[in-house]
Every structure is written in structure tokens, then in C-alpha cells.
Design a protein around this ligand. Structure first.
Ligand SMILES: Nc1nc2c(ncn2[C@@H]2O[C@H](COP(=O)(O)OP(=O)(O)OP(=O)(O)O)[C@@H](O)[C@H]2O)c(=O)[nH]1
Ligand SMILES: [Mg+2]
Length: 228
């Protein structure tokens, strides 16, 4: 039996976080759920613990949160699952992400929201388009097929450790996809449904500033990793 650890980056998500943790646990898959609190000023950590997660803190930055979570998993962990803390990813898809790795046929399984059913308003046009464009570029670079930069994904822990992840903010997700392809991991993309965040406020796609900062970081990551 593979041991699954779930890592959830969360910054000021006191409304949605408990539901996300409970839905993860309800799948029966995770041995642990780790919520990485990036210095929230609300009750995110408390709510996460009440729902059954353990919590750690990390400096600001999406990538720093994910990296800290990956370092904090138990020694028995074989598979690390990442998803957002805002309730937009649907934990019920976790078995579909984990099983190909547990069976030994794949090393990295990533969701695709653009191939799944999306609740209206859950992804904006820029997010859909940027995921597609990044996918086309990665196809040219590495011959892989990605249609999204979905945060909901599962990866073998030892494979992740070898990727030497560096991105500290919004480039993290794309960096993992590029490095997984470059390392010739056995990759599978599966459609996952997606919904609007279940409470709280958007930090990225919902604001002009967030969209611009994240977009610039993602573009810089694409160039940096491609040239490395
Ligand atoms: N911006 C930001 N988000 C973080 C950080 N650490 C963790 N997060 C989490 O990263 C996830 C993605 O952020 P969201 O605000 O949902 O961004 P988004 O998905 O583009 O926006 P929505 O459309 O509102 O879902 C959430 O779970 C945040 O709580 C951080 O340092 N900065
Ligand atoms: Mg979100």
C-alpha cells in the first residue's frame, strides 16, 4: 500500500480550508494532510487543525509553501498530492490521480481543468489560455501533452526530490511540469472538474495585480527552465 501525503498551500483561507481538508480525508487516501500556512492573518491554521490536518508555516510565496510542505511529509510517504486551499479543486478526484502511481505505471499524474467540467466563473479566459499556451510550448520542448497548469497533482516523492525545484512563487506548478517532462518521468494528465473557490478571497486570478504578477513569474519560469 502506498502512503499518500497531501500538501495544501493556504494563505488566509479560513472559510474554505476546513471543507478542503475534510474532503481530502473523506477519500480515505491520505495518511496525512499538511496545510502550509503562509503567515495568514485569519484562523486558517486553527480551522485546518480542527478539520484533521497538521499545519506548518512557511514564508510567503506559493512555491515556498509547496516546497516546505513536501519537505514536511512523513518518512513513510511515497506519493505527494498537491491542491489549493480555496476549495476550487475537487478532492474526490484524488483516487484517480494517485492510483496510476500506486500501480506503478506512472510517476506524475496531473489534473486538467480545461479537459474537465468547469463551474461557470471558476477559471477565467487568461488562465485557460495561458495553460494551453504553456502546454503547446512544452510539447515543442519535450514532446509531452499538457493542457493546463493545474495545481491538483500527484507525484512520487522520490521523483519530486530529484527535480530540484527552485521556484518560490507562482512558477512552481509550471516548473514541476517542465522538469518532470525533462526528467522523462512517466506522466499522465487526467480531466478533473473544477469549481469556484468555496469562500474567501482570490489572491491571484481575481485581481489585475495578481494576474500580472503571476503571469510575469510564469513566463520567467518558462524561459529560465527551458534554457537551463
Ligand atoms: N497568493 C498567494 N497564494 C498563496 C500563498 N500561499 C498559499 N497560497 C494559496 O494558493 C492557492 C491559490 O491562490 P488563489 O487565491 O486561490 O488564486 P486563484 O486560484 O488564481 O484565484 P481564485 O480564482 O480566487 O481561486 C490558495 O489556496 C492560496 O491560499 C502565497 O504566498 N500567496
Ligand atoms: Mg484558487
Amino acid at each position: 500500500m502506498s502512503k499518500v501525503s497531501v500538501v495544501i498551500p493556504a494563505l488566509n483561507e479560513e472559510e474554505p480550508i476546513a471543507g478542503v481538508v475534510r474532503e481530502c480525508l473523506a477519500t480515505g487516501m491520505p495518511g496525512e494532510v499538511i496545510v502550509v500556512d503562509n503567515g495568514s492573518t485569519d484562523r486558517t491554521a486553527e480551522r485546518a487543525r480542527e478539520a484533521g490536518a497538521s499545519t506548518i508555516t512557511a514564508p510567503r510565496g506559493y512555491g515556498r509553501a509547496c516546497a516546505s510542505g513536501a519537505r514536511a511529509v512523513s518518512v513513510e510517504c511515497d506519493i505527494v498530492v498537491f491542491l489549493d486551499g480555496d476549495g476550487s479543486d475537487i478532492p474526490a478526484f484524488m483516487p484517480q490521480l494517485v492510483e496510476p502511481i500506486a500501480r506503478g505505471t506512472h510517476d506524475f499524474v496531473i489534473g486538467s481543468r480545461t479537459r474537465g467540467k468547469r463551474e461557470p466563473g471558476s477559471m477565467n479566459f487568461q488562465q485557460i489560455l495561458s495553460g494551453r499556451i504553456a502546454g503547446w510550448i512544452m510539447q515543442l520542448l519535450y514532446g509531452v501533452r499538457y493542457t493546463d497548469m493545474c495545481p491538483f497533482r500527484a507525484i512520487r516523492r522520490d521523483a519530486l526530490a530529484k527535480l530540484d525545484m527552485r521556484e518560490e512563487t507562482y512558477g512552481w506548478n509550471l516548473e514541476m511540469q517542465m522538469k518532470a517532462a525533462r526528467a522523462k518521468l512517466r506522466i499522465l494528465e487526467i480531466p478533473v472538474n473544477h469549481r469556484r473557490r468555496t469562500g474567501g478571497e482570490s489572491k491571484v486570478s481575481g485581481t489585475m495585480r495578481g494576474t500580472f504578477v503571476a503571469g510575469a513569474r510564469i513566463a520567467a519560469t518558462l524561459v529560465r527552465v527551458a534554457l537551463a
